[in-house]
Design a protein around this ligand. Structure first.
Ligand SMILES: [Zn+2]
Length: 201
């Protein structure tokens, strides 16, 4: 997917991500359709695919890596909730017979978090944390003092936008829900901050 900062298409993608509707305009007029969707995407870190890999040398020059990563515009990146780097996996891990946490246990935790959100938003018309507006974030996101301090430092040091501020709080609330916690703690904020994008600049 290409989304350059100067293109009108980028603006449309970004708008539909937040408005949950898309407008298609043609010569005879325009129509608006519902577009409430979850966007999941993947990309290589650079053209050769090895930037940041501890076992393979990236053969791209730094300028090329930066240009490649900037093909996804800042406004678009700002609207994505979670960025995760997927590193090289060792043979030992791939061949490990220990399969990790059972899906059933994870499902139970997610279901409990969803129930918690339904109770929280009962009568508001909202169904999940992601749907909160900035005003609702202020109303529903209760944070410990340590968590507020950490977020304040992150906002200043990482030069985060107002949009990123609200996204971090919404995500931290979901992480707290998964822990069955009524209040957002510092480690919830810390984890949510880790999911903001990092670029090779
Ligand atoms: Zn490379």
């Amino acid at each position: 997917m290409s989304c350059r900062s100067s293109g009108t298409h980028c603006w449309r993608y970004c708008a539909s991500l937040e408005d949950k509707k898309v407008t298609i305009s043609r010569a005879r007029g325009s129509l608006t359709f519902p577009a409430n969707f979850m966007l999941v995407g993947a990309m290589n870190p650079c053209p050769c695919g090895y930037y940041g890999d501890p076992f393979h040398q990236c053969t791209c020059n730094p300028g090329l890596v930066s240009r490649y990563q900037k093909r996804i515009s800042g406004p678009f990146m700002d609207r994505v909730d979670i960025f995760i780097e997927v590193p090289h996996i060792d043979y030992e891990k791939l061949s490990d017979k220990c399969l990790g946490e059972e899906t059933k246990k994870v499902q139970a935790r997610v279901t409990a978090a969803r129930c918690r959100q339904q109770q929280r938003f009962n009568g508001t018309g909202l169904t999940s944390n992601n749907e909160m507006t900035p005003a609702e974030v202020r109303e529903f996101c209760q944070t410990e003092e340590d968590a507020q301090s950490l977020l304040k430092v992150a906002m200043k040091q990482l030069h985060l936008s107002a949009r990123a501020f609200h996204r971090i709080l919404k995500l931290a609330l979901s992480i707290a829900d998964l822990e069955n916690s009524d209040i957002i703690k510092a480690h919830h904020i810390a984890e949510a901050i880790q999911y903001r994008p990092r670029r090779a600049v």
